[in-house]
Design a protein around this ligand. Structure first.
Ligand SMILES: Cc1cc2nc3c(=O)[nH]c(=O)nc-3n(C[C@H](O)[C@H](O)[C@H](O)COP(=O)(O)OP(=O)(O)OC[C@H]3O[C@@H](n4cnc5c(N)ncnc54)[C@H](O)[C@@H]3O)c2cc1C
Length: 457
């Protein structure tokens, strides 16, 4: 057995792991980064980046169909899935090359292979033992299924959905959360009939209820079908398609079933339990400073219970590197992490929903303002409906912002600064929002809450 020693050993090079590696070397620490697949992990190869490329192709398809409305003559002839794939792969490959170059440039040692934690200070990869003064577990997540629901054939996960070399005529999507609705949105734009099955009472059920309801209206208008508050029971498949049976006896026939019921932690068989790390249903438990119960062992990203988002992973990685270097970084609360659902329409939010804010502060201690994008010039130009809902504590800060409409994901930058800086509407009201932008809708909401609405009554 050969041995290599580093200040920090990181198991997994996804968003969490590679961010920890980059920040650690910036702080003068030596890093061994272990990866069994490709640098960049889920987000770069089968998650955020390729799905957003698909959504962009979908947007181009929608715009082309509607071009006459804007006075442009163009005919929509259909989707060339091979060309979509080429474009998507080109984006991913270019980002992958960039990341690989950066990791090399920073002097990070990449150890290729499957790692297994064998002690609080070492990971085994094949016949090598990689030892670190600190260890960062960053092994990420996988597409979960339901008990008894086997993936295979026409029953697919998001990874398979990305690889399809055809546009299905009819798809059933199990799960109305972020991954389910993004694929539903893409397929509908590509010309498929789509039915979403969601056990909870709403689509995008983690969002403010008023946003979920608007989202459902928008999807209904697009002709995307959905069945809410109903649980999946079983599925059968043959050469022609799948038949999905729900608990209430209804059946849905489709060419494919996409299972998008969430992601489980990739921790099985990696030695975590054997080394004595406290776990819960496969997730690694940490304190708020991302330290496990074993001194010197940290965990980041999707294996830590909470929002499974790439930018949370990045933040975790940076945080842990700074913690190891003794910089005492600031803890970021999960509730103030910005979230975007990149479908048509988009949903973007940060902070407390109306219901949570009322629960936390009391019904009469919060003020809600819901600005309708109908009053926003740029949204009208783009042809999008939606709203921006702001939740403020009376005579206190803004604690939640919830947005729906095409492109509102781009507004999350300002929204998250406001919530994380605990700004008062009165602080923001004097600041300008360029005209005409969708950003102005945020500005109008704060003008209203500061008691001086300009374009509303
Ligand atoms: C379809 C889809 C769309 C998404 N879209 C978005 C989005 O738009 N925005 C967003 O913020 N998030 C999105 N996500 C979520 C995002 O991809 C994850 O939150 C993020 O990748 C988590 O980072 P991570 O570092 O924890 O894990 P991962 O990215 O999963 O990385 C873990 C890495 O560890 C490696 N690994 C695991 N075990 C071992 C081992 N034993 N030895 C060596 N290597 C190992 C894996 O190969 C992998 O590369 C999406 C996810 C999916 C599936």
């Amino acid at each position: 057995m050969s041995e290599q020693n580093f200040d920090v050993v990181i198991l997994g090079a996804g968003s969490g792991g590679y961010a920890a590696a980059l920040r650690s070397t910036q702080l003068g620490l030596t890093v061994g980064l272990i990866e069994k697949n490709k640098l960049g992990g889920t987000c770069l190869h089968v998650g955020c980046t390729p799905t957003k490329a698909l959504l962009h192709s979908a947007e181009v398809a929608d715009v082309t169909r509607e071009s006459a409305k804007y006075g442009v003559s163009a005919d929509f002839h259909g989707i060339d899935i091979q060309a979509v794939t080429k474009y998507r792969e080109e984006v991913v490959t270019s980002k992958f090359r960039g990341l690989t170059g950066l990791i090399k440039q920073r002097g990070i040692t990449v150890i290729e292979g499957e790692g297994r934690l064998i002690s609080p200070t070492s990971v085994q990869v094949g016949d090598q033992v990689i030892t670190g003064k600190s260890i960062v577990l960053a092994s990420g997540s996988y597409s979960r299924s339901l008990p008894g629901l086997e993936i295979g054939g026409r029953v697919i996960t998001s990874e398979h959905a990305l690889e399809l070399d055809f546009v299905p005529k009819k798809v059933a999507v199990l799960g109305g959360g972020v991954i389910g609705v993004e694929f539903a949105s893409v397929w509908k734009s590509f010309g498929s009939d789509v039915t979403i099955i969601e056990a909870l009472p709403h689509l995008v059920p983690n969002e403010d209820e008023s946003v979920s309801k608007q989202f459902e209206r928008a999807f209904r208008k697009r002709g995307i079908e959905f069945i809410l508050g109903t649980r999946f029971q079983s599925v059968t498949q043959d050469d022609n398609g799948v038949v999905v049976t729900l608990e209430d006896g209804r059946t849905i026939e489709a060419e494919l079933l996409l299972v998008a019921v969430g992601r489980g932690p990739s921790t099985a068989g990696l030695g975590y339990e054997e080394v004595g790390i406290t776990m819960d249903r496969g997730f690694v438990l940490t304190n708020e400073r991302l330290a496990t119960n074993i001194p010197g062992v940290y965990a980041v990203g999707d294996i830590v219970p909470g929002l499974q988002l790439a930018h949370r992973g990045f933040q975790h990685g940076i945080f842990v590197a700074e913690e190891i270097a003794g910089l005492a970084p600031q803890v970021i609360d999960d509730i103030n992490i910005p979230k975007v659902t990149y479908s048509h329409p988009e949903v973007a939010s940060v902070g407390l929903s109306e219901a949570k804010a009322k629960e936390q502060y009391g019904d009469d201690k919060v003020t809600i303002y819901d600005y309708n994008l109908a009053g926003n010039g740029k949204s009208h130009i783009l042809g999008t409906a939606g709203s921006i809902k702001v939740v403020r504590v009376n005579e206190g800060p803004v604690v939640g912002i919830h947005m729906i409409g095409d492109r509102v994901g781009e507004l999350i930058g300002e929204a998250q600064l406001i919530v994380n800086w605990e700004a008062y509407p009165e602080d923001i009201a004097p600041l300008l929002h360029a005209h005409p932008t969708q950003d102005e809708a945020l500005g109008e909401a704060f003008l209203y809450l500061a008691g001086k609405p300009l374009h509303t009554v």
